[in-house]
Design a protein around this ligand. Structure first.
Ligand code: WT7
Length: 671
């Protein structure tokens, strides 16, 4: 049983997923027609089980290597792995050049759809032209191998080109999602000591122009608090997307079209060692400062290309694949840029939101481009459920043959709706479990091979060893729950946290001896299949976006009105979890509104400014006190009970058990 103890801030995973588990018994057998042609067969599991290193060696050999590797895995410096380390290759060469070299240059790489309706069709040959010019452009700005480049762009082709151009010259990209604030940008640019920032004047979001460059300007401006921040940045390269007015700092600021377009479309890729870092991606850390996870080249590319081939059963000559994630998240890195492009897939890339200009936009795109594989998140599916099936019913979705889900546990109702309404009861669903840290999918059914159950990610993919363990690290029996761990190294595993080896070890490897602790609760059902149950640490999952309670608490207490703040993730029908904050306002500060709603509005805007719109609390409740243990630790479990409107659980460990009554009474009086 997963308990509060052991994991800091730990809690029993979401009750509603637990309840579903007890009742869900439906099983869908693999489609016979699909099995006959699937990229994966059941033999794959046997082969990987017999010799997983050999299995990964064969997967790595599908990449194009400049110098072949001779050693598969070096685990002597565990938990830092080195995979295929004596080989050399280039990620961009694998994703782009190779296709042109092997006669696939005319294949469409991207059908780009801008939110306002503008479109572009880019073949692999077009991409090669663009990445070579961009690589030369970056070199002309003095960026080279090992330098870090921050990318803060909307979902436009230049985002993909910028990432690949960095990879091409051996620079390390750090993509920052466009929904992050100037303050978040500053932290990330500073931590990575980026030399260059690539941004756009703005992007299109819900029919409006969302400004990006001004946030970069703000992030780079020295302040009293950060007088020397971002001194590493020499240039800001700006793509013209919306045409909005943009402030300009001569010498530092340059237009993408001025720097990149005039370059020659000829550039020899920088051949890097397999362990050369490919990118840094920041995720929420428990201390409030984001941690820069980094991935290297050979193992990461092996993992993403291989899983994209077997989990999505990609047939690059005929499929049209659409992953709706933003390239600013790991899903976009692994399953838009690197995995699919290495496999030579034809993709849809969409800039905007699902309801602009109307709620059928996604289905219209699927109909128009005859999308065959759709990869999206449960929160989107639940939103579409709320809008009603009449909307997708108006479109021809018969081109679809496979559906994927990622980012959070998918509840059986959403799974069934996805299958019936979007998949016409004919498309298998792959519920794919993984993390920024894992780099690629580790748990998922394989289409044509594995039977599926609504709400279960089923089993580890071939070559991956996972287990569900109890507090002592011993495997639980079928029918029981515990902590999800990974027991063997895998090629696309993170290599560390940028600049902090100790934190890598302590975050992931110190909980259970020799095992990677994922931070998720999981249950094995009677058949041994896996059901992911949500996080057991203080990570929240809001619409598939990862946030921690501490970072939002930090943001709240940085506001002059706030004395103390406690944040919990409460179940939410649409977003999976929602941020609920309990705040105590200061008694020694004048002019704080007495109206709780006015305080809440001000604080919500403050969090938006500090972290970004994605972190805005759904509810902010002003309270007189928060429940604490005798040692002073906030009891989030009790606050979660309040936030989810449940009777409050066991209060015996509270220092003052009347606190919960006061909170309840205060809330009742406020309503
Ligand atoms: C956390 C990782 C992987 C790309 C997007 C999120 C949760 C992810 C599933 C799934 C249940 C899932 C886990 C994990 N998660 N996929 N299919 N079923 N939970 O990446 O931001 O690094 O978050 O997302 O809790 O630990 P991330």
């Amino acid at each position: 049983m997963v308990r509060d103890a052991h994991v800091p801030g730990g809690h029993v995973p979401s009750r509603h997923t637990l309840e579903n588990l007890h009742t869900e018994t439906r099983t869908f057998a693999p489609l016979v027609g699909m099995a006959a042609h699937a990229n994966a067969t059941g033999y794959e599991y046997k082969k990987a089980k017999a010799d997983s290193l050999e299995y990964w060696r064969e997967a790595a050999l599908r990449l194009s290597w400049k110098q072949p590797f001779t050693e598969i895995l070096d685990w002597s410096d565990a938990p830092v792995a080195r995979w295929f380390h004596d080989g050399t290759l280039n990620a961009c060469d694998n994703a782009v050049d190779r296709h042109v070299r092997e006669g696939r240059g005319d294949r469409v790489a991207f059908h780009f759809v801008g939110e306002p309706g503008d479109t572009q069709t880019l073949t692999y040959a077009d991409m090669l032209d663009r990445v070579q010019r961009a690589a030369n452009g970056l070199l002309s700005l003095g960026v080279g191998k090992g330098d870090r480049v921050a990318i803060y762009l909307p979902q436009i082709p230049e985002a993909v080109v910028a990432m690949l151009a960095c990879a091409r010259i051996g620079a390390i990209h750090s993509v920052i999602f466009g929904g992050f604030s100037a303050e978040s940008l500053r932290q990330r640019i500073d931590d990575a000591e980026a030399k260059l920032v690539i941004t756009a004047d703005g992007g299109n979001r819900r029919g409006a122009h969302l400004a990006l460059k001004p946030l970069v300007d703000e992030a780079l401006a020295p302040t009293a608090e950060h007088p020397t921040a971002c001194e590493s940045v020499k240039h800001v390269l700006t793509v013209k997307r919306t045409g909005q007015e943009t402030a300009w700092q001569d010498g530092r600021d340059l237009w993408w079209h001025d720097v990149v377009d005039p370059q020659l479309p000829e550039h020899e890729p920088e051949w890097v060692e397999a362990e050369h870092p490919l990118f840094i991606l920041y995720t929420s850390g428990t201390t409030g400062t984001p941690k820069g996870l980094y991935h290297t080249t050979g193992g990461y590319l092996t993992g993403v290309a291989h899983t994209h081939r077997i989990v999505f059963d990609i047939k690059p000559e005929t499929d049209v694949y659409w992953c709706t994630a933003d390239v600013g998240w790991v899903t976009g890195h692994s399953y838009i840029v690197y995995g699919p492009m290495i496999n030579g897939a034809t993709q849809v890339l969409y800039e905007g939101t699902p309801n602009t200009p109307h709620e059928g936009r996604w289905w219209e795109i699927i109909q128009e481009y005859k999308v065959t594989i759709l990869y999206t998140a449960p929160t989107a599916i639940r939103t579409f459920m709320k809008w009603g099936h009449a909307i997708p019913d108006q479109y021809d979705l018969t081109s679809l043959r496979l559906l994927g889900s990622v980012g959070e546990p998918i509840n059986p109702e959403a799974w069934m709706w996805y299958r019936n309404v979007i998949g016409g009861d004919r498309c298998p669903i792959v519920d794919t479990w993984w993390q920024t840290e894992t780099g690629s999918i580790l748990i998922s059914p394989l289409p044509g091979v594995t039977a599926t159950k609504p709400g279960s990610a089923m089993t580890a993919i071939p070559g991956i060893a996972v287990e569900v363990v109890d507090d002592s690290g011993a495997p639980v029996r079928n029918g029981e729950g515990g902590y999800l761990v990974i027991t063997e190294p895998w090629p696309s595993m993170l290599r560390g946290i940028w600049g902090d080896r100790h934190r890598y070890q302590s975050t992931y490897w110190n909980h259970f001896d020799g095992m990677y602790f994922a931070g998720d609760g999981a249950k094995k059902d009677v058949d041994g299949d896996l059901w992911l149950m949500g996080r057991v640490d203080d990570v929240m999952n809001v619409s598939g976006h990862r946030l921690t309670t501490t970072e939002i608490e930090h943001a709240l207490v940085s506001h002059p009105w706030v004395a103390e703040a406690a944040v919990v993730g409460a179940n939410d029908e649409i977003t999976g979890q929602a941020v609920v904050a309990f705040v105590i306002v200061r008694s020694d500060v004048e002019g704080i509104p007495t109206d709780g709603e006015a305080v809440a509005t001000a604080l919500r805007n403050h969090v938006r400014k500090q972290i970004g719109p994605l972190a805005k609390p759904r509810d902010i409740l002003v309270v007189a006190e928060v429940p604490k243990t005798r040692s002073g630790k906030i009891m989030r479990r009790l606050l979660r009970d309040v936030a989810e409107n449940r009777p409050v659980g066991d209060v015996t460990t509270l220092a003052d058990s009347s606190v919960m009554d006061a909170i309840r009474e205060g809330l009742a009086a406020g309503k």
